[in-house]
Design a protein around this ligand. Structure first.
Ligand SMILES: C[S@@+](CC[C@H](N)C(=O)[O-])C[C@H]1O[C@@H](n2cnc3c(N)ncnc32)[C@H](O)[C@@H]1O
Length: 280
């Protein structure tokens, strides 16, 4: 079987199993199996596959059939300007979260060495992207999940930042290190009702600890805001990702905890997604 034939078979199989983007997914899976770029595959459509690669392709297709996200099958995802290793222990980095990077860069002059904390670092995509842009800063990433932190450490190593970011396996409730200039966080914020309605790709395969924000979706948003009001310096900034229906309540919690709201930014689909605030 050649590349062209296996791609057609793969696309048909995924489409029949109701997988969206069936052709793209089949193509991405083939890039992994033959370890070639998409352009190379398109230029070599008549190249034959070895039997062992055909078997690998089928195994990956089966994983996709059962809704495993393509980022877990491939083992990586691009975020901001870089490639991040991903596995089922970490949330797959989302384009909307790049808002946190944009807004953080506005608060961090290039040559200053500010102290930054990333709460719920997961794959480390936010803090690593920031440190690539602002290498003089001092960075810490914390996460309750040890497995997630191991992925973050591998990503830091991949980007030559293993000695520049301090990763700590701790619950935000127990973290007590002070004087941060900037705290960033994309906490779990999905409420119990919305959680049940998530696509299977997310609900079955991504870690619940990274998604579920408890009954009302605010359990971890509250924790992050309360804790940040203690850990930040006066005039320090908190940049927080929220669910698109969580703006008003989040602002209330921020105000109650001594924060001034600087800005709400919207994601690519125009939804409120990120709050920039200052500890007064
Ligand atoms: C929505 S994910 C964000 C991951 C990554 N920062 C990103 O934006 O792709 C939330 C992360 O918070 C972590 N987390 C959940 N509860 C926590 C807690 N109480 N203390 C510290 N980290 C927590 C989860 O393990 C998960 O990695």
């Amino acid at each position: 079987m050649n590349y062209n034939e296996i791609l057609k078979n793969g696309e048909n199989f995924l489409r029949k199993n109701n997988i969206k983007n069936s052709y793209l997914d089949a193509e991405l899976i083939l890039t992994k199996v033959v370890n070639r770029k998409r352009e190379e595959i398109l230029l070599n459509t008549h190249k034959k596959l070895e039997n062992r690669d055909i078997q690998k392709f089928k195994n990956y297709l089966l994983r996709r059939k059962y809704k495993e996200p393509i980022a877990y099958i491939l083992g990586f995802k691009y975020f901001w300007k870089h490639k991040f290793l991903t596995n089922k222990s970490v949330l797959i980095p989302r384009p909307d979260t790049e808002l946190i990077i944009e807004e953080s860069l506005n608060c961090l002059p290039y040559n200053n060495s500010k102290k930054i904390l990333d709460i719920g670092t997961g794959s480390g995509c936010i803090i690593i992207s920031l440190m690539k842009e602002r290498p003089k800063c001092k960075a810490t990433g914390i996460d309750i999940s040890l497995k997630a932190l191991n992925v973050a450490k591998s990503n830091a190593k991949l980007h030559q930042l293993e000695n520049k970011i301090n990763f700590i396996n701790i619950d935000i409730d127990k973290y007590n290190s002070y004087n941060y200039d900037l705290i960033i966080s994309n906490p779990p914020y999905i409420n119990n009702i919305d959680f049940k309605r998530l696509d299977d790709d997310i609900k079955i395969h991504e870690p619940k600890v990274a998604l579920s924000g408890g009954c009302d979706g605010f359990r971890d948003i509250r924790k992050v805001i309360k804790k940040s009001s203690k850990l930040l310096k006066i005039n320090g900034k908190l940049i927080l990702e929220i669910g698109h229906k969580q703006k008003f309540k989040s602002i209330k919690i921020l105000n109650e905890n001594g924060f001034y709201i600087n800005k709400i930014s919207r994601d690519l689909s125009g939804k409120d997604r990120c709050i920039i605030s200052t500890k007064t």
